[in-house]
Design a protein around this ligand. Structure first.
Ligand SMILES: Nc1nc2c(ncn2[C@@H]2O[C@H](COP(=O)(O)OP(=O)(O)OP(=O)(O)O)[C@@H](O)[C@H]2O)c(=O)[nH]1
Ligand SMILES: [Zn+2]
Length: 351
């Protein structure tokens, strides 16, 4: 651990607090979590730390344990110990399918989730919607970034398509990830004290964009992979990148493997859920039922087939995952398998 610690240094790792902790304590940010402990950054360097005993107590809500992105207070020692997790300003989390049913915190104190998609073959509005649904309720602001603007002639149409599809006010930027001037438009999300994560499928241009954001402090992207003898992606030593614009990028494996898990809400499709409320039958399957408001909207072109299909896919996936988690939870409690209250057969017409 370094001795001198200033608020300025902490700003560069995304801290927005006002005063430093008292005598004998230091502040640091969790940048990685390993089986063997935590890796922290104190604004100057990274070092290992262990959680204090009270974080290991059985029955403690795992969400209360230190997580990537947390600002923690540490007490010196060999190794140093994390004693306090400071109040989180945002929490990205998801249901975790593990040994026990738990909510898993993916990352905390993230201000912006930069959702990167190439304007080339990678372009996929449905995937973007899925990422958006993951940020809902987190407090973090999603920002859609379309890369490879320089390679694509159809950018205007694709931008238009997205604008009409995503909720109003969702920021969308088309950029050339290799061009510093083009990438500069993103600096509003990467100011001093800001924390962002970058998500997107393989090949979308995450490393390219990161390098451009880093400017002269290039990270050796290909070297990252070569360093791993098993061919896996190692992220530990670049888990927190301090950008010249003042903000920082957090790169966690958890963010890279984001999947829908059954706990996301589908606010993005609130209009569709509102439509379904208007169907004559409360249990309308939105097929050939009379008085189906969804079919009517599809017929009139008010709702596009594609968006409807995407909603169904997302909904099914969510329900499947939720059912899985439910049964896991029950098994863990030692209870019996789910028995739903018997519902009367036939359609229930709304009152
Ligand atoms: N012309 C152009 N090429 C780009 C742009 N962004 C990325 N590329 C290229 O696209 C390819 C993939 O980019 P990467 O940055 O490696 O993609 P990634 O998202 O980091 O991929 P993973 O590491 O597999 O997750 C590389 O050949 C880049 O040079 C861009 O804006 N314009
Ligand atoms: Zn219906």
């Amino acid at each position: 651990m370094s001795d001198a610690q200033t608020i300025e240094q902490l700003r560069h790792i995304g801290w927005r607090g006002q005063s430093l902790p008292g005598e004998g304590r230091r502040l640091a940010r969790v940048v990685a979590q390993h089986r063997a402990g935590y890796e922290l950054h104190d604004g100057v360097q990274t070092f290992g730390a262990q959680p204090a005993g009270h974080f290991l107590k059985r029955g403690l809500d795992p969400a209360e344990r230190p997580a990537v992105g947390d600002f923690v207070e540490i007490e010196p020692g060999k190794p140093p110990h994390i004693t306090i997790v400071q109040t989180r300003r945002t929490v990205l989390s998801r249901a975790a399918a593990g040994e026990r049913y738990e909510r898993q915190v993916i990352a905390t104190n993230i201000d912006y989730v930069l959702v990167l998609t190439g304007l080339d073959g990678d372009f996929n509005p449905a995937r973007i919607e899925r990422y958006l649904s993951l940020t809902e309720g987190s407090g973090a602001q999603p920002v859609i970034i379309l890369s490879k603007l320089d390679l694509n002639d159809g950018a205007a149409e694709r931008l238009e398509e997205l604008r009409s599809r995503l909720p109003n006010g969702t920021p969308i930027h088309a950029i050339n990830g290799k061009d510093a001037a083009s990438v500069a438009t993103l600096s509003v999300y990467l100011k001093l004290g800001d924390s962002a994560v970058l998500v997107g499928s393989s090949g979308a241009g995450k490393s390219t964009l990161t390098n451009t954001l880093l400017g002269s402090q290039h990270m050796a992207t290909s070297a990252v992979r070569e360093h791993d003898s098993r061919g896996r992606h190692t992220t530990t030593y670049r888990a927190l990148l301090q950008l010249p614009s003042g903000g920082c990028l957090i790169d966690t494996p958890g963010m890279r493997e984001l999947k829908l898990t059954g706990e996301e809400n589908l606010d993005l499709f609130a209009d569709i859920e509102a439509l379904a409320e208007k169907c004559r039958f409360a249990d309308c399957g939105h097929g050939s039922e009379p008085g189906c408001a969804v079919q009517a909207a599809l017929d009139e072109g008010e709702l596009s087939q594609e968006r409807w299909r995407n909603y169904l896919k997302l909904r099914d996936e969510r329900e499947e995952q939720a059912a899985m988690l439910e049964s896991r939870l029950r098994r863990q409690r030692g209870g019996r398998p789910a028995t739903k209250p018997h519902s009367p057969r036939g359609s229930r017409e709304r009152e």
